[in-house]
Write a protein that binds this ligand. Structure first.
Ligand code: CO8
Length: 258
């Protein structure tokens, strides 16, 4: 049985971390399969990805503690590099990625959802960076992405105290965009994915690239990135179609990804 499942529903790709017996903990094999699944995604036909966890209890309960326990310093660093590489691929993946957080998102699980574009969760979701309580630091992007997501003060509190937070608090601090009844988060993610899929793929991809590339630049550099993205959309079929539909008062739009 695969540790990472991948299926395409309409034009939405659904990635499921599939180790429910250990609450979908991430070991090296899961990271390898996730890397391979991302390579398989056909971005010409798939418009959006959803990442979720198997079962109804956990998104991902972290990196696999049993696998990590006896790593030496070099091996631990290599494991961190491996996770960071896969998660960075997700963060800069050409199409949007939605995390449908269906339970525990701890340690590497919280970091996995932080590398997605959009996070939504179920009412039973629990987020946290428990690493300092395990005698380690976050190692799959937590010290970097959490700060950018919820601000330095809150991120530092979460990391230093290793205290978990529930879905309502995650919503309040802006870690997730919305909270859904248990069992409904995947459908909610599909709804958002379909809204994304209805728009011009070239424009969605160019928007993501501009946001991703521009966010760490000073505003002047970021504006250059945006201006380039804006220009690229013009002279495409889909720009003519989108603007043409508006001017012709047409609801139907036929975006062709060209
Ligand atoms: N790793 C390995 N096994 C796990 C993990 C995990 N992260 N989480 C749960 N499991 C296993 C349990 O050991 C248990 O297995 P078994 O049935 O064989 O005893 C099974 O999953 C079910 O778990 P519980 O019985 O504990 O279920 P509960 O409902 O009682 O508790 C919790 C659920 C609260 C989520 C609890 O399992 C827990 O605290 N898990 C660990 C959470 C955690 O600390 N995560 C952070 C891990 S560290 C990390 O992610 C670092 C990322 C960066 C790595 C950098 C590389 C160097």
């Amino acid at each position: 049985m695969s540790l990472v499942l991948y299926e395409v529903e309409d034009s939405v790709g659904i990635i499921t971390i599939n180790r429910p017996e250990v609450l979908n903990a991430l070991n090296s094999a899961v990271l390898d399969e996730l890397r391979d699944v991302l390579r398989k995604v056909d971005i010409n036909t798939v418009r959006c990805l959803i990442v979720t966890g198997a079962g109804d209890k956990s998104f991902v309960a972290g990196a696999d503690i049993a696998e990590m326990k006896n790593l030496n310093s070099r091996e631990a660093m290599e494991f961190s590099v491996k996770g960071n590489n896969v998660f960075e691929n997700l963060a800069k993946f050409p199409i949007p990625v939605i995390a449908a957080v269906n339970g525990y998102a701890l340690g590497g699980g919280c970091e996995l959802c932080l590398s997605c574009d959009i996070r939504i969760c179920s009412e039973n979701a629990v987020f946290g960076q428990p690493e300092t309580g395990l005698g380690i630091t976050p190692g799959f992007g937590g010290t970097q992405r959490l700060i950018r997501m919820v601000g330095e003060g809150m991120a530092k509190q979460m990391i230093y105290t290793a205290r978990n937070i529930k879905s309502d608090e995650a919503y309040r601090i802006g870690l997730v965009n919305s909270v859904h009844p248990v069992g409904e988060v995947l459908n909610a993610a599909k709804k958002i994915a379909k809204q994304i899929a209805a728009n011009a793929p070239i424009a969605v991809r160019a928007s993501k690239e501009a946001i991703h590339r521009g966010r760490l630049l000073p505003i002047e550099g970021g504006k250059l990135v945006e201006e380039r993205a804006f220009g690229i959309c013009f002279e495409t079929h889909d720009q003519q179609e989108g603007m043409g539909a508006f001017l012709e008062k047409r609801k139907e739009k036929k975006f062709t990804n060209n």
